[in-house]
Design a binder for this molecule. Sequence first.
Ligand code: ADP
Ligand code: GLC
Length: 467
Amino acid sequence: MNILHVSAECYPIAKVGGLADVVGALPKYQRELNVNSNVVMPFYNNKFTQNNSFDIVHDSKIVLGYDTLNFKILKLTNNDLDFDLYCVDIPELIYKEYVYSSDDTERFLAFQIAVLDWILSWEKNPDIIHVHDHHTGLIPFMIKQSYKYKPLQFIPTILTIHNAQYQGWFSHRKVYLIPEFNFQNVGLLDWNSIINPLAAAIKCAWAVTTVSPSYMNELKQNANGLETLLNHESDKCLGVLNGIDWNVWNTETDSYLIKNYTKSTVISGKKTNKEWLCNEFNLDINKPLFAFIGRLVGEKGSDLFPEIFKKSLAENDISILLLGSGNKETEKQLKALLNTDNYNAYIGYDEKLSHIIYAGADFILMPSRVEPCGLNQMYSLRYGTMPIVNAIGGLKDTIIDLEETNGFGITHNGVSVNNVTNAIRRANTFYQNKKEFVKNSKKIMSIDHSWNNSAQEYINLYKSLKK
Ligand code: ADP
Ligand code: GLC
């Protein structure tokens, strides 16, 4: 079976968040299950594309509205990723140092048209086209409706929703950019009088998945306007929990770590990484270290951090370290706190530092208001670091509170300064019993969140669509 994943991000080529991690890992695991799974993404101007060589496998032109643009499909020359990586190079539009910006409509539409034009040139169609999030959400529509892509209309399409908050809305004035289709069906593109690529994909894809079962249930109640649509399409909807790349996220081999460790050397291993962090960020190695890694946006609850941090530091003998960027007001407030004892923050993006924090911190905070799956909590478990999470979406599906049977994490219900500070207090109390704390670290390192099961679940879905 030949599967083509179409995505705006893919680790390690271009990563903004968890979408990249998923698209960079899932195909590898599908290949281990004898499915020929590959990825096509835009060709950005970044370190990865500058430092790696690519072969041209297709060279043509696309029509985008009134413009004709040259495009090339480039294939990564080496096989280091364990799957074939194709990039769509449209120099005038896509080749920028950023992944997302204000010109996304044109860039991602051009990308999607180029992908379909390229597939038209294949000798044999792919068995499944698997699209991810709204940036690739017009593909199921175009395959069904654009005259040009009629030869592709029997290819089953799957949409995976990683985040329904963002839907790629654009005005009907730009509808001329989409390759010609029967205009009577323009309603398939529309949701609330605006073109909505995520809604179009939910309507037109053969199957729709979310990245955790709980998130699928939650979306039926609250999906940034798409609730009724998801309820209407619920027969083709399924929640499949993400996994993590067991080889990239491996305490024994992770080359970013200051010291590698196993379950039996977890105490000394975590200590060395924590020492490095404490030296680097002027924190006290003897205090429990609470950390956050992520995008500073409302969904992650980060607007409450300044208050949460002040209150928790005043009430507990702990230290706090944050790695993230996003909302400028939150960044400003977090920087203003920098003269507070036992607190530090790196405002920016740093892959290496994130790995050392997963290893060196004692607790990872995730007070997300919305969390379709969340990968940080799974990385934390793998690194023996206790997660403190709001029990929603994928967090609810992966973390069991200490007080429940077989519990190993700290959960709270709802995001408020009080709820999170109470959770931090509970965590600090648990930390004081060192023996239990270390026992728990070893226990969580044994929880298997590798992709094996979920990769198979997707394959079962592909097979059901091919029947
Ligand atoms: P989301 O995709 O909503 O941002 P996830 O939990 O699925 O959330 O994935 C976030 C990914 O991005 C993780 O791999 C996390 O380590 C990484 N990440 C987020 N912010 C940063 C940052 N500032 N520096 C390094 N890695 C980050
Ligand atoms: C999105 C979600 C996150 C999920 C990731 C990967 O960015 O916000 O919860 O883990 O996609 O699926």
